[in-house]
Design a protein around this ligand. Structure first.
Ligand code: OSB
Ligand code: MG
Length: 369
């Protein structure tokens, strides 16, 4: 691929509205953008989806920055990279650090697709020209505010509404929402805030006909989830617990859930995400593309992979305007009738605004390969 250098940029982007989950409230993204350069001056872009703090998983922006600088990028120096799939092989000796690994792998995929003159979706063998979009709504202080937000999302055309829950903001709140929106495809995401002692809560949620309950129990658990799934009708969807295709295989074998949320960053990159897509497709298990409040760069990767047939349900790929005053790509990601068109131009299919990126960058480093 004639890779010549990798640049890692750190930047902060203010969110349009704060986003609250069971692990806290976020008002900014503090993130890394990774650039992969070749000898023809072509640049591929990747985004590190870790949060500012290690609250969703053990990774955070700073740990990823260090992992890239000290352990990950040195392994790519003088290495033979002929295809993006070589990256996961070269990085395999490094355990976990999945979001850090995925950020450079994503940049190399974008670069490779651009070198081939094909879209990233085509490079990944995506088959859909449009992807269905769902919205993730954070925890609101009152039911009235939540109901207003759900109404706005329904009017905007989102094809599935996900609502964050946490102890104290769960059953009564969701009953109120269901009363207002009896027919809307609704799901909840607990971000691992509960234990098996909360079983009664989940059997009560069964009455609300939710599409699924995402990650109700421990972030690293697949055993308690198995017991909970056996006790409820509503499908459990696993997010935090799945870091690889082997994790997905074991969880499905145990019956720990019936649906998989596939996030490129959480599983260590596109190559691993493709394996999970294939596993689910062959097993007839529903899967969908999760989100991590990405900028347009990460969203574009998500839209490309969501175009594969195994992504059977709407993903958390809300358009740019949902989170950002101004996105770092052009054109911005837009949604029509609850769908995003999958770009057909080379690579991500969006132009990165390089001057905006440079202005936002608070520090950067480059590794020559
Ligand atoms: O659990 O899916 C999650 C955002 C940050 C961390 C974890 C999650 C989320 C979301 C937002 O739900 C999804 C999006 O990017 O729109
Ligand atoms: Mg989740």
């Amino acid at each position: 691929m004639n890779l010549t250098s990798i640049t890692v940029r750190r930047l902060t982007l203010e969110m349009r509205t704060p986003f609250t989950t069971s692990f806290g409230t976020q008002t900014h993204r503090d993130l890394l953008i990774v650039e992969a350069h070749d000898d023809a001056g072509t640049v591929g872009y990747g985004e590190c989806v870790a949060g500012a703090e290690p609250t969703y998983s053990e990774e955070a922006t700073s740990t990823c920055e260090v992992a890239l600088a000290e352990y990950i990028l040195p392994r790519l120096q003088n290495a033979d990279v002929n295809h993006p799939e070589d990256i996961s092989r070269l990085l395999a000796p490094i355990k976990r650090n999945n979001m850090a690994k995925a950020s450079i792998e994503g940049a190399v995929w974008d670069l490779w697709a651009k070198q081939q003159g094909i879209s990233l979706a085509e490079a990944l063998k995506g088959t859909k020209s449009r992807v269905d979009v769902g919205l993730s709504i954070g925890i609101k202080p009152t039911d009235a505010e939540l109901i207003e937000a759900v109404g706005d999302a329904v009017n905007a055309g989102y094809r599935r509404i996900k609502i964050k829950i946490a102890p104290g903001r769960d059953l009564d709140m969701m009953r109120a929402v269901r009363r207002e929106f009896p027919e809307t495809p609704i799901m909840v995401d607990a971000n691992s805030a509960y234990t098996l002692n909360d079983r009664d809560l989940f059997t009560a949620l069964d009455d609300l006909d939710l599409m699924m309950i995402e990650q109700p129990l421990g972030h690293d658990d697949i055993v308690d989830h198995r017991h909970l799934q056996a006790a409820i009708r509503t499908p459990i969807c696993l997010d935090e617990s799945i870091h690889s295709v082997d994790d997905a295989r074991k969880a499905l074998e145990l019956g720990s859930g019936k649906i998989i949320n596939i996030k490129i960053g959480r599983v260590g990159g596109i190559a691993e995400a493709l394996k999970i897509e294939k596993l689910c497709r062959n097993a007839g298990v529903d899967a969908w593309c999760g989100g991590m409040l990405e900028t347009g760069i990460g969203r574009a990767h998500n839209v490309a992979i969501a175009s594969l047939a195994g992504f059977t349900l709407p993903g958390d790929t809300a358009p740019s305007a949902r989170y950002w005053h101004e996105d770092i790509i052009s054109p911005e990601v837009t949604m029509n009738d609850g769908q995003i068109e999958v770009p057909t131009t080379p690579g991500l299919g969006y132009e990165v605004k390089t001057s905006m990126l440079e202005e936002l960058t608070t520090r950067k480093f480059t590794v020559e390969l």
